[in-house]
Design a protein around this ligand. Structure first.
Ligand code: GLC
Length: 564
């Protein structure tokens, strides 16, 4: 099939996500900062990536590490100043790198001026910036909350004898998008950053912004299914279209929404070009694959299956085959490290599985998003004790579990695989103290395996490192437009060891073979029409089976062939 897709810089670009708190400390307080990112700009450029996504760097009391913003036009003091930000942006531009910021506007911090005013009295001019429920109406209808110690999204506030809504922590009150003044405030702050020259936004839980402000009682069918309920509010698309009209359409920028609760059936509502809403969004189908149904942070009892992994990616590729565009990611600041989760972080299989997963992201259609440290194969830290965790999500769920007399040992076991802190440990730069991240005590422990080769400096020296494989594969994607725009065709759908697919554009065709197995495997493609193959890349030695259409793969081997 010919592609009908329009070329765009954000389709061809490769994204590198930075969690600033954990990237590089330059002030000696154990917390990463903007000067730290500036110091590492040449390294970032050397990766070959094009677009940097920064997790929130705005002023924040840090209840949820910057996802609780108290001033949208200022920089978090721990990270630096606006002058540092301007210097960072200039440094990126000099290197021809784009900058995407995090837009967190489903909620603000309770320390934001708007909320401080809003809670003062029932007739304060900012009252209607948030969702309030006066107590004379009784207890508000059940709403579930992430990060709340009691999992209750309504918090009683004495001053005005009312409850306010917070779908996340009590310090993250939800903004009331139904109020046009709130929307105007958001568009203005977006303009503020666009005028500075930022190249786009990743939009935090954007699928949650529209609410039914009659706050109806939940029907029975919603029990335990809050995410889909929150994510498709009545005016969501009206707001996104308005935002596009008022701000986005005026700039050459990219947008990627975080969209929990959005499935393939609704996908095009967000990114069909004709609707003028967003460019891309992150779905959660893959992130839920190894989780208990409806429980984002609870590991499923059964291991995930490769056939299901393929099914998810195939169906999402399909939905964007003629309209819209997808995003590809395997981890981020909310989910455990790629190699520990989808690969194998044992000594034997770490190298192959880390590079195999890089090959996967870089050979699929859809913009690939990498998370700092993924280029060197950083792994989960798997903390033993609750005292080592810093994330509000783990800490409050622990409290809840304890209160309910739950099994705390099982809880901690779960967190070794599921906690967000696994992905937040400091960047492993070199073999010096604290992996070169800080000279002080780091805010979150450094993973000790920086001493065993998982650090950028050691891998820089080694031609065959995960880091240098990443660079090579990045260049391959850039030099092969077929890997970006070509159509995708799944092969061997039911095979539980190997993920195989072709990518085709005009007369050019590639075969991607990815082993997810700890054993050697052979796969055959008798039905494909080719007379010769040319090897494009492999993360392991090629074993010749002696038969053209049969390929033997080593454990976690990744190879791409051109079919001729
Ligand atoms: C998003 C962010 C997450 C944050 C939450 C609340 O899911 O990715 O880190 O805690 O929204 O803002």
């Amino acid at each position: 099939m010919q592609h009908t897709l329009q070329r765009e810089w954000w389709k061809e670009g490769i994204v590198y996500q930075i969690y600033p708190r954990s990237f590089q400390d330059t002030t000696g307080n154990g917390v990463g900062d903007l000067q730290g990112i500036i110091r590492r700009l040449d390294y970032i450029k050397s990766l070959g990536v094009d677009i940097i996504w920064l997790n929130p760097v705005y002023q924040s009391p840090n209840d949820d590490n910057g996802y609780d913003i108290s001033d949208y036009r200022n920089i978090m003091s721990e990270f630096g100043t606006m002058a540092d930000f301007d210097e960072l942006l200039a440094g990126l531009k000099e290197r021809d790198l784009k900058l995407v910021m995090d837009l967190v506007v489903n909620h603000s911090s309770d320390e934001h001026y708007w909320f401080q005013e809003s809670k003062k009295s029932r007739n304060n001019p900012y009252r209607d910036y948030y969702h309030w429920w006066p107590s004379e109406k009784g207890t508000p209808p059940k709403r579930w909350s992430f990060f709340d110690e009691e999992s209750n999204a309504w918090k009683y506030d004495e001053t005005t004898d009312s409850y306010y809504l917070h779908c996340f922590s009590v310090k993250q009150p939800d903004l009331k998008w139904e109020n046009p003044k709130v929307r105007k405030e958001v568009y203005n702050l977006m303009e503020f950053w666009f005028k500075k020259g930022v190249d786009g936004f990743r939009m935090d839980v954007i699928s949650f912004i529209s609410k039914d402000i009659n706050y109806p009682e939940l029907p029975e069918s919603y029990n335990g299914e809050f995410i889909p309920f929150y994510s498709n509010g009545p005016k969501l698309h009206e707001y996104l279209q308005e935002m596009n009209r008022e701000v986005l359409s005026k700039y050459d920028i990219m947008t990627v929404g975080e969209a929990p609760g959005v499935d393939v059936n609704r996908a095009l509502e967000f990114v069909d070009e004709e609707r003028k809403e967003l460019n891309m969004f992150f779905h959660f189908d893959l992130m839920n694959l190894d989780r208990t149904e409806g429980e984002t942070f609870e590991m499923a009892k059964e291991p995930w299956k490769l056939s299901e992994f393929k099914k998810i990616h195939s169906k999402w590729d399909e939905v964007f085959s003629e309209k819209g565009w997808g995003s590809m990611f395997l981890n981020n600041h909310d989910f455990p490290r790629t190699v520990s989760r989808w690969g194998n972080d044992s000594r034997t299989h770490w190298y192959n599985s880390a590079t195999m997963l890089q090959t996967f992201l870089l050979s699929m259609r859809g913009t690939p998003f990498f998370y700092y440290g993924e280029e060197i194969g950083m792994t989960n830290i798997k903390f033993e004790h609750i005292s080592e965790y810093k994330d509000i999500n783990t800490l409050n769920r622990y409290k809840l579990e304890k209160q309910n007399g739950g099994d705390l040992i099982a809880f901690l076991q779960n967190e070794k695989h599921a906690s967000r802190d696994n992905a937040r440990t400091p960047m492993q730069w070199d073999t010096s103290a604290n992996s070169g991240f800080t000279t002080a005590k780091p805010w979150l422990k450094v993973n000790e395996n920086f001493k065993e080769g998982i650090n950028a400096a050691s891998q820089e020296e080694d031609k065959t490192s995960v880091l240098n494989f990443f660079r090579k594969m990045v260049q391959i994607r850039k030099n092969h437009k077929t890997l970006i725009y070509g159509s995708y065709n799944l092969e061997l759908a039911e095979n539980e060891q190997v993920y195989a697919y072709t990518r085709t554009l005009n007369h050019e065709r590639y075969l991607v073979l990815l082993s997810f197995s700890t054993k050697k495997t052979v796969v055959a493609f008798e039905h494909l029409d080719f007379t010769k193959v040319e090897l494009i890349i492999s993360n392991d030695d090629i074993y010749k089976t002696g038969r053209l259409k049969h390929f033997e793969l080593m454990p976690y081997q990744a190879t791409i062939y051109q079919l001729l």
